[in-house]
Design a protein. Structure first.
Length: 70
C-alpha cells in the first residue's frame, strides 16, 4: 500500500490537498472539525498551526483517509 501527500494548502476554512491511496490520486478537503477529530495531536489546533503543519496533519490523518477512501 503506497500513500503520497502533495499540494496541501490551508484556505482559511479547510486543508485542501491531494493524497494517493492504493495508486489513486484523491483530492481531500478537511475542515477544522474533521482535523480535530482525526489528526492525533491536533485536536485543538489553531489556524496558524493548521497552516504551518498542514502536510503533517494530513500524514496523521492517513488511517482515517485510507478507511474513508481506500
Amino acid at each position: 500500500m503506497s500513500e503520497e501527500i502533495s499540494e496541501v494548502e490551508w484556505n482559511g476554512n479547510a486543508l485542501v490537498g491531494w493524497v494517493t491511496i492504493n495508486g489513486a490520486p484523491i483530492k481531500v478537503v478537511l475542515d477544522r472539525n474533521t482535523i480535530h477529530r482525526h489528526a492525533p495531536g491536533f485536536d485543538d489546533a489553531l489556524t496558524w498551526e493548521i497552516k504551518r503543519h498542514g502536510a503533517a496533519i494530513v500524514e496523521r490523518m492517513m488511517p482515517f483517509l485510507r478507511a474513508t477512501y481506500g
